[in-house]
Design a protein around this ligand. Structure first.
Ligand code: SF4
Ligand code: SF4
Ligand code: FES
Length: 272
């Protein structure tokens, strides 16, 4: 199983074989679209949106998109059109020391031009404090904004996201002790077989809320919907961040909040 199948992450090995990624020499010579599209799915808005016909999918529609970088002008129309948020425009020559990356952004609030943000890589690991130099919205982009960051030149093929603020700090000594603790294989979520080590690793990798840990590890997504493991996850997070349990926002609960017999929902008596 590769990193895409396991974690939804593109690693160097996968990136090397994607036909939508221009060569290093093209990337160093002009602004160009980078199509990080690695899954054969029936999808082609990128091909339809390019005014230069620089993207080719053809038939069948499940082909991976191929970029003809000679035709690409770096206009970013395809960045807004891609429903998978898989396209970026990079420019390695914005200044002598900096480049730019234009990213699709679908969260609110939007950053503003001139704002400092924290650029991160594909795994969400913070890389550098950088400036937002352009924010583009348009009716034709639907609700996808295009955000352009000025970044160190050497990071144009690494920066693929950003945080508006610094991710909250963790208690480093606690994290170090926990990572080294051999007892960490204790199972916290029995339904999904998630261990304490999995949770500590998720926090180490940037998760700072119970919901984020849930998405990263599937903790709390089992049959009991977190009723058994939820408080333990909150406690681990509180300890890792050096905050009180009351300050940890609980995970989103799905109904029913309490387990109830099906008969209560399915009774056919009229008065019920
Ligand atoms: S950046 Fe513009 S020209 Fe280049 S592939 Fe995308 S839509 Fe086409
Ligand atoms: S629109 Fe995006 S997800 Fe769809 S084929 Fe093109 S690059 Fe891939
Ligand atoms: S123990 Fe975690 S979802 Fe049930």
């Amino acid at each position: 199983m590769n990193s895409l199948e396991k974690y939804g992450l593109l690693d160097d090995e996968i990136l090397k074989n994607i036909p939508g990624i221009p060569s290093r020499s093209v990337i160093s010579s002009k602004p160009v679209a980078v199509l990080e599209c690695a899954q054969e799915i029936p999808c082609n808005p990128c091909e339809l949106s390019c005014p230069q016909s620089a993207i080719k999918i053809g038939k069948p529609i499940t082909n991976l998109p191929v970029i003809d970088s000679a035709k690409c002008t770096g206009c970013a129309a395809c960045v807004a059109a891609c429903p998978g948020l898989a396209i970026f425009v990079v420019n390695q020559n914005y200044s002598t020391t900096t480049g730019t990356v234009t990213l699709p952004y679908e969260l609110l609030p939007l950053p503003e031009k001139g704002q400092k943000v924290v650029a991160c890589n594909r795994e969400g690991i913070p890389l550098s404090h950088v400036d937002v130099i352009r924010v583009q919205t348009s009716k034709s982009y639907d609700r996808t904004a295009l955000v352009t960051l000025e970044i160190p030149k050497e990071l144009v093929m690494d920066v693929r996201g950003f945080y508006l603020k610094d991710p909250k700090p963790v208690n480093l000594q606690y994290m170090k002790n926990e990572m080294e603790d051999s007892q960490n294989d204790v199972v916290i979520c029995r339904c999904q077989e998630v261990t304490k080590r999995d949770i500590i690793t998720a926090i180490e990798e940037g998760c700072r809320t119970v919901n984020e840990i849930k998405r990263a590890t599937r903790v709390g997504m089992g049959l009991c919907q977190g009723r058994t493991c939820g408080r333990m996850v909150s406690r681990i997070l509180a300890e890792a961040m050096g905050i009180g349990l009351a300050e940890v926002k609980p995970a989103t609960f799905r109904v029913p909040v309490r387990i109830i017999p099906l008969a209560t929902l399915g009774s056919s008596k009229k008065d019920d």
